[in-house]
Design a protein around this ligand. Structure first.
Ligand code: TYD
Length: 245
């Protein structure tokens, strides 16, 4: 076992504190930069909100970067091909493991190096997506286990939208991806998000659920307030007030 993996094991053990129901907790972010995650079902507006947040952080003088999952790395490329049905992974477990492997690669190659430099990382989707989408077919505890070495976000915002609102937002797109084809499936994914958010909360990891049906500007203002709260210890002068819209 490499030193890095031993360290991860130590972090996970220290965080769990030997208590069984805390054993699933992802390790806290020990780095100077903050990790902020924007989540939601397809059509929830997570990409728009991630971009608006990055722009605000930069205007506020916070060194920040925007990324997303599936990542731009080699496993992320394979997952994009899987999502657009160009290739077919063998089954739900292989799909869940591929998302977890992509995430670890994303964390090691992109997220941690930025956090170490003190850069705030905004990511459009992270492990909560796996705990919802892959939970359609896989056990939640197992999904948490295979994602347990991914650093816990400092803030996760979940954009809550009814399934029909989400579907209406992507119905105009030319090509639909794997999870955008079936209303019933998207409704089940929304239910899995609720279950995953409750499971994380039971173990002390809070996800901020906000109303994603408002205008992009209104949603952005609420996300800025949440982000400013998390960033305040790092940036004492940061204003919590966002310019309207
Ligand atoms: P999405 O985030 O909507 O990106 P784009 O708009 O570029 O298509 O698409 C990613 C899809 O992948 C989305 O349907 C959710 C799914 N997904 C998972 O199933 N599991 C995961 O762990 C992640 C990160 C995404």
């Amino acid at each position: 076992m490499s030193l890095r993996h031993l360290c991860r094991l130590e972090v996970a053990t220290a965080v769990s504190g030997g208590c069984d129901n805390l054993a699933m907790l992802n390790p806290r972010n020990p780095h100077p930069g903050a990790l902020i995650v924007i989540e939601g079902i397809d059509g929830s507006g997570s990409t728009t909100q991630s971009e608006l947040l990055l722009a605000w952080l930069q205007r506020a003088g916070v060194q920040a970067t925007l990324t997303s999952e599936p990542s731009k790395g080699p496993i992320g490329g394979a997952l994009r091909a899987h999502l657009s049905r160009q290739i077919e992974l063998s089954g739900p477990e292989a799909e869940a493991l591929a998302f977890a492997a992509d995430r670890m690669d994303h964390v090691d190659a992109e997220i941690v190096p930025a956090l170490e430099r003190g850069v705030t990382v905004v990511t459009d989707r992270y492990y909560l997506s796996s705990l919802a989408y892959q939970a359609l077919s896989c056990d939640l505890a197992w999904l948490r286990e295979i994602n347990r070495f991914a650093i816990r976000p400092d803030l996760t915002v979940f954009l809550s939208v009814p399934v029909d609102v989400g579907m209406a937002r992507f119905s105009g797109r030319a090509a639909r991806e794997r999870f955008e084809e079936d209303r019933g499936e998207l409704a089940r994914i929304a239910g899995r998000y609720e279950a995953a958010i409750a499971a994380l909360a039971a173990d002390g990891e809070e996800v901020k659920v906000i109303d994603g049906t408002r205008t992009p500007g209104e949603i952005h203002v609420e996300i800025v307030q949440l982000a400013a709260g998390v960033l305040a210890p790092r940036y004492p002068g940061l204003s919590m007030v966002e310019e309207a819209g």
